[in-house]
Ligand binder design. Structure first.
Ligand code: ZN
Length: 855
């Protein structure tokens, strides 16, 4: 009988193909062995009108579903942990048995003891504790299947009844974070849904499959949130870290999508690329847990792989960060259908298939966590119990940071360390080493021997030797070098000089010295938010002057020395049409001292004791009007970094101009044009002429990394690219990938010598660390005093670079600033604003924005 029915269905299928159409949504409840489902728990369709897999679900719809389930299930609560730049909610569900929910605070407090008081947590206690997991879906907004799988999992665990589900709920507290990047997700979901007709197409030429620039991967300011777990410069990361440290999960799973032609990936990644700061036991647990992921995917016949790709090296990624904070991080990568269905080398791939894989892999993790519960809990307890023991092995015992130089950058660094539960101490006695003097009150000590010992080493150290020469991401990120602060590494125990523990990182207002000025104010240059202050001054119409030479002037009866770059703010504005009263000047000075943390001096005379008088031959500054080339042909990351720096941090308006929109009338509205990374395909020879003629009318072009390479190649600036010959690749086929990779600079830190008499380097010391992740080298410029920055003779500070590239790099130009046919060009060989945590070099770029037409 059954055979007959099957045959009838087959015949009907041939006659009416729609009857046999592929499943284009996930039927709920799913047919899962020995599991029944509670009707009272709402289905996604009942909440937002479509089945899972039928459309790309928007962030508000996912939140609605999570709220609806939390309102009906005793197993689920939901909480908010932040907001995105665009104001979307960041939510998470906590899923566990109804009994556990009643004592959730107690469970959380006990779980915290694994890290805060590990010696008091016995193996016997551990046997009674649930294990805590954090499943984070779709941190890349256009890898959308994760967010859908999160809803399936929530439904399964709240509505389902089976022995397995009971085991999970009783033994696991599961935090489900359904979308780590809501702004990116909605950008993508609205595109995919909005460009799809009634019948989905697998045609890759169709608009559904071709997101416009910048795509949905990144957050509002086009930052990759899966590189931001460590620097945590974005609100999404800050909210998530608070949740992370409040709960301290033992297992973290990071759900992604990769190229459509692959299958499914779960960690372990490439073993030789594990970070050596990660304890071996993490990899033991990862390997053991992998058998559960394999089993879960075996059960549905899904193909998968591990070990051949992805690494566990950079701690800013969601699957690696947990490894150095007492947990185990797992990366999942599903081949992406992007739209509802796509064609691949292995045939058609549907969104529903991707969602099911993530759902099943999630169940695999739960099964493994249930069976390995004690091992994960013991791992975290032992990780923190042995933290001080581990520190004994580390060569550096403490980091001593001066708060005298670049004080706001010091605060930004300290805030980040505090956010990561690093304990900071004051300095008890003066200390001197490496030609630096540290005074109590003006220094912060970070002892390595504390619970976060491994974490501190991993984020602060400089490393120049590596087991492998290939990196999926950067090879160096040392945070004090990135912050550009003065610090030393102490190789001996700091007990003789360590003071009290400091409260969380804090900002102090700048000082206003000398009271209310009767003649002018002078602002010191070089602190992080000084450019924000300068923009406020320019924006109300004041015409300030930039000191090109040092000078000294008497304030309150004492001579005070001012360095190059000091900003002179006259009290009386000569041009009365500006309509700026003295009170307006006093008011803006008060604001910038308080909100931009800069020091301001009040002076009552224009006569200098030494050097030029205030009305002397200083440069007169103009308000920068900045255009930033964006859109097709530009790197969304780099554009986003400039946009974020200027707009979000410095409160400077910047216009993002599409590369296909360049014309004379448009460019003449701006006096600064920024070109970051890109290949700038849409810019043709006419546009290049337009840019050149705009420069000749006094414009300043600022380029960074591949933008600089483009500008030189297209002769916008006549400089020389240094020929860097790649090693021959006449080698065995199997070695091509590794050999080619070893010739790239994935991201390392180098030392630069600056000409600090040049306006582009005002506010800096002569030697600074910079970040580089490209292989463009520029010969020193032959233009007058144009080499503002050059790599030193032995420039490598931290990270990987091949010997040959290092030899090519030394003594090449890193920053060229020069006049070009009546205008100006400032070329950076590197990206000075990398990922928004290179505070140390942001200032060089901002100098170019403000002073790029003043030399
Ligand atoms: Zn991803």
């Amino acid at each position: 009988m059954i055979t007959i029915i099957k045959n009838i269905i087959l015949i009907l299928g041939i006659l009416f193909p729609t009857l046999q159409a592929k499943e284009n949504f996930i039927q709920l409840p799913m047919d899962i062995a020995e599991t029944t489902f509670n009707d009272a728990i709402p289905l996604p369709k009942e909440v937002f009108g479509h089945n899972i897999g039928e459309q790309h679900t928007r962030t508000d719809q996912i939140i609605d579903y999570f709220e609806a389930v939390a309102a009906t299930s005793e197993r689920v609560i939901i909480n908010d942990h932040g907001h995105t730049h665009e104001g979307r909610r960041l939510i998470h569900a906590i899923v566990t048995s109804a009994d556990n929910q009643k004592i959730l605070d107690e469970i959380q407090a006990n779980n915290q003891k694994l890290s805060s008081d590990p010696k008091k947590v016995s193996n016997k206690k551990i046997k009674k504790m649930p294990v805590v997991a954090y499943f984070g879906y779709s941190i890349h907004g256009d890898e959308a299947s994760g967010g859908e799988a999160a809803m399936l999992l929530l439904y399964h665990l709240s509505a389902g009844s089976s022995i397995a589900i009971r085991n999970y709920l009783e033994n696991i507290v599961l935090i489900i974070d359904p979308m780590l990047n809501p702004d990116g997700r909605d950008r993508f979901a609205n595109w995919a849904n909005g460009n799809r007709g009634h019948v989905a197409t697998i045609d890759l030429n169709d608009r559904e499959h071709n997101q416009p620039w910048p795509g949905g991967r990144t957050n509002h300011y086009l930052h990759d949130l899966n590189r931001d777990w460590l620097p945590a410069t974005q609100p999404e990361s800050q909210g998530r870290l608070k949740l992370y440290y409040n709960w301290r999960p033992q297992v973290v799973v990071d759900f992604h999508e990769m190229g459509r032609d692959r299958t499914y990936f779960f960690q372990p990644g490439i073993p030789s690329r594990n970070n050596p700061n990660t304890p071996e036991n993490v990899f033991y647990l990862t390997n053991k847990l992998a058998t559960y992921h394999a089993e879960a995917l075996n059960s549905i016949g899904a193909m998968y792989y591990s070990k051949e790709r992805f690494d566990d090296f950079y701690y800013g990624k969601g699957s690696t960060f947990p490894d150095v904070t007492g947990a185990v991080g797992i990366l999942f990568e599903q081949a992406s259908s992007r739209g509802l269905a796509t064609s691949t080398t292995s045939g058609e791939l549907s969104y529903t298939f991707s969602i099911k894989n993530h759902f099943n892999a999630s169940l695999g993790t739960l099964e493994g966590m249930w069976e390995m519960r004690d091992e994960f809990l013991e791992h975290q307890r032992n990780f923190y119990r042995d933290a001080s023991k581990a520190a004994i092995q580390f060569p550096t015992k403490a980091y001593l940071i001066s708060t005298d130089y670049k004080k706001t950058q010091v605060r930004l660094l300290l805030n980040n360390l505090s956010q990561h539960q690093v304990k900071l101490h004051s300095l008890k006695k003066p200390y001197a080493a490496n030609n630096m003097k540290f005074q109590p009150g003006n220094a912060v000590l970070v002892p390595v021997s504390q619970p976060q010992s491994r974490f501190i080493k991993a984020i602060m150290e400089k490393v120049t030797s590596f087991k492998d020469s290939l990196f999926y991401d950067v090879s160096a990120w040392s945070l004090p070098l990135a912050a550009g602060v003065d610090y030393i590494e102490l190789k001996q125990n700091p007990s003789a000089i360590i003071g009290d523990e400091l409260p969380d990182g804090y900002f102090t207002a700048g000082e206003k010295i000398g009271g209310r000025a009767t003649y002018a104010y002078i602002m010191e240059w070089g602190d992080y938010y000084a450019p924000r202050a300068l923009y406020r001054i320019l924006d109300i119409g004041i015409i300030p002057r930039l000191a090109l030479k040092p000078f000294s002037i008497t304030i309150n009866g004492q001579p005070v020395n001012f360095k190059r770059g000091s900003i002179i703010i006259p009290l009386v504005q000569r041009d009365k049409t500006l309509n700026i009263s003295n009170d307006d000047v006093h008011e803006v000075v008060r604001t910038i001292a308080a909100e931009d943390f800069v020091n301001i001096y009040a002076v009552n005379t224009g006569l200098a004791d030494d050097g030029p008088d205030l009305g002397g031959l200083h440069a007169v500054l103009e308000k920068p009007k900045v255009a930033l080339l964006a859109g097709t042909g530009t790197s969304a990351y780099s554009v986003g970094q400039v946009w974020h720096l200027l707009n979000e941090r410095m409160h400077i308006p910047v216009s993002l101009i599409n590369t296909d929109k360049i014309n004379r009338t448009l460019l003449d509205k701006y006096n600064v044009l920024v070109m970051t990374d890109g290949y700038f395909g849409p810019i043709d020879s006419t546009d290049i002429k337009t840019i050149k003629s705009w420069i000749s009318r006094g414009g300043c072009i600022i380029t960074t990394s591949s933008g600089s390479n483009w500008a030189v190649k297209n002769e916008i600036v006549k400089e020389e690219i240094k020929d860097s010959k790649k090693d021959t690749l006449d080698i065995a086929y199997e070695k091509v990938r590794t050999t080619r990779g070893a010739q790239q600079i994935g991201g390392s830190i180098f030392e630069l010598a600056l000409d600090t008499t040049h306006p582009i380097a005002f506010g800096y010391k002569e030697m600074i660390p910079v970040f580089r992740n490209n292989e463009y080298f520029f010969e020193l410029s032959s233009a007058d005093a144009a080499n503002v920055g050059r790599y030193t003779e032995a420039p490598l500070l931290s990270g990987y670079i091949s010997d040959r590239l290092l030899a090519d790099m030394k003594n090449t130009a890193a920053i060229i600033a020069r006049k070009v046919n009546g205008g100006y060009a400032v070329l950076f060989a590197d990206n000075p604003h990398f990922r928004a945590f290179w505070y140390g070099t942001d200032g060089l770029f901002l100098n170019a924005v403000f002073f790029g037409r003043s030399f």
